[in-house]
Design a protein around this ligand. Structure first.
Ligand code: NAD
Length: 375
C-alpha cells in the first residue's frame, strides 16, 4: 500500500496533507509513504523530516507511480495526476460543488475521489472533519487580523496617562469558527457578545464569558438544529434579528461574522446602513465572504472601506497558519484512513454501506457516484 503526499499546486495554498507525525503513523499502519519534494516547505517542514519519519521523498512522477492513495489539501488539476494508477484513492478537500469538471476528470482518470469536506457531522467522524479543524483556526485568525487593523487596543489598560477602554467585539454565528473567535477575543481582553439562530448556542456563549444577544419574541431554531446546521429562518425572525442587530452594532468596535446555511448563500446579517452607524475605525471581518457574504459590500479576499469601517472579506484564513493548519488537516486524513484500515489486507477498505463513505465518495469505477453531486 503506497500513499502519495503531493506538493500543493493550487495558487495560494500553503498547507500540506501530511506532517512527519502522520507520515510515521501511516508507516506504522504498514503503508509505504512517498512525499513529493518540497511538499512541506511552506508549512515549515523540510524534506529530511519526512525522510526521518520513514517516508521516501521524490518527484511527482515518482510518488504517483503505483500509488494506491493520494493525499492532498486542495484538489489538484486533473492534469497534475496523470500517471496515477486507475483505482487509486484521491483524498482531500476537493471542493466538489465548484469543481464539477475536475471531479468528472478524476472519474475519467479512474481515480476514487473522496471529498473530505463532506464528512458527515456525526460523533464518529469528528476527528476526521477538515471543516471543523480549519474553521477553528479561521475563527482565531479573524480576531487577530481584526486586532491588527483596529487602531486601538483590545484590553482595558489603566496607565499613568489615562485609561484605555476595552474593545467591544460582537460575534455573529456561533459555530466552530464563532466559538473560537469568542474565546480569542476574550483572551485579548475584549468585552464580547455573540448571537446565533440556534438556541443551543446561548449556553455555549455564556460558558466562554461572553454575553448572548438573542431575538426573544420570535422563535429561531430549537436546540442544535439538524446536525448542528442552521436552516433559513422566517421573515418575521429575520426582521426581529435585523432590529436587534441595528441597536447593538452601533456600539461595537469589532464584528466577526461566520453565519452559514448549507446549500444556500450566506445569510445577509449586516446592511450598509448598519455599517454607517458604526464608530469610525471599527473593523468587520466577514468569514462568509466566499459564500456570498454576511456583510453588504464585503469583497471576498479584500479589505475595503465602507463609510468609516474597514470590512475584511476573509477567505481561507487557515492558509495563513500553514504549520498548525497542516498538522490538524493531516491528522483528520490520518484518522479517516486509520478508521477504514483493514489490518489483514493492509489497506483501507471502503464499505459501500458506511455512512461516512457514502457522504465523501464522489467517483468510483470511472463514474461520478455521489448522489449529492448528481442530484
Ligand atoms: P456552520 O459553519 O454551518 O455555520 C456557522 C454558524 O452560523 C452556525 O452556528 C449557524 O447556526 C449560524 N447561523 C446561520 N444562520 C445564521 C443567522 N441568520 N444568524 C446568526 N447565525 C446564523 O456551522 P459549524 O461551525 O460547522 O458548526 C455548527 C455546529 O455543528 C456546532 O455546534 C458544532 O459543534 C457542530 N459540529 C459537529 C460536528 C460533529 O459532530 N462531527 C462537526 C462539525 C460541527
Amino acid at each position: 500500500m503506497k500513499i502519495a503526499i503531493l506538493a500543493e499546486t493550487v495558487p495560494g495554498e500553503t498547507r500540506v496533507a501530511a506532517i512527519p507525525e502522520t507520515a510515521r503513523k501511516l508507516v506504522a499502519l504498514g503503508a509505504t509513504v512517498a512525499v513529493e519534494r518540497g511538499a512541506g516547505s511552506r508549512a515549515g517542514i523540510a524534506d529530511g523530516e519526512f525522510e526521518a519519519a520513514g517516508a521516501m521523498v521524490g518527484s511527482r512522477e515518482e510518488v504517483l507511480e503505483q500509488a494506491h492513495a493520494i493525499l492532498c489539501v486542495s484538489g489538484p488539476e486533473p492534469s497534475a495526476l496523470e500517471g496515477a494508477p486507475p483505482g487509486a484513492l484521491l483524498i482531500g478537500g476537493l471542493d466538489p460543488l465548484r469543481r464539477a469538471d475536475a471531479i468528472s476528470a478524476y472519474a475519467s482518470l479512474g481515480l476514487q475521489a473522496l471529498a473530505m469536506e463532506w464528512m458527515p457531522r456525526i460523533t464518529r467522524a469528528q476527528s476526521m472533519d477538515i471543516l471543523s479543524s480549519q474553521s477553528n483556526l479561521a475563527g482565531y485568525k479573524a480576531v487577530i487580523d481584526a486586532a491588527a487593523v483596529y487602531g486601538r487596543a483590545f484590553p482595558m489598560m489603566m496607565t499613568a496617562a489615562g485609561t484605555v477602554s476595552a474593545a467591544r467585539v460582537f460575534v455573529m454565528g456561533v459555530g466552530v469558527a464563532g466559538l473560537q473567535a469568542i474565546a480569542t477575543a476574550r483572551r485579548l481582553g475584549a468585552q464580547v457578545s455573540a448571537t446565533d439562530v440556534r438556541s443551543a448556542t446561548r449556553e455555549q456563549i455564556q460558558s466562554l464569558g461572553a454575553k448572548p444577544i438573542f431575538v426573544e419574541n420570535v422563535a429561531g431554531i430549537e436546540g442544535e438544529g439538524q446536525g448542528g446546521y442552521a436552516t433559513e429562518t422566517s421573515d418575521e425572525y429575520r426582521q426581529a434579528q435585523a432590529d436587534l442587530v441595528s441597536g447593538h452594532i452601533a456600539k461595537q468596535d469589532i464584528v466577526i461574522t461566520t453565519a452559514l446555511i448549507p446549500g444556500r448563500p450566506a445569510p445577509r446579517l449586516i446592511s450598509d446602513a448598519q455599517l454607517a452607524s458604526m464608530r469610525a475605525g471599527s473593523v468587520v471581518v466577514d468569514l462568509a465572504a466566499d459564500a456570498g457574504g454576511n456583510v453588504e459590500g464585503s469583497v471576498a479576499g479584500e479589505q475595503v472601506q465602507r463609510h468609516a469601517v474597514s470590512v475584511i472579506g476573509a477567505v481561507n484564513l487557515a492558509r495563513s497558519l500553514p504549520a498548525d493548519a497542516s498538522a490538524l488537516f493531516s491528522r483528520n486524513l490520518y484518522n479517516f484512513l486509520a478508521a477504514v484500515w483493514d489490518k489483514e489486507q493492509g489497506r483501507p477498505v471502503l464499505a459501500d454501506e458506511d455512512e461516512i463513505v457514502q457522504a465523501v465518495r464522489l467517483t468510483k469505477d470511472g463514474a461520478v457516484v455521489s448522489d449529492r453531486l448528481k442530484g
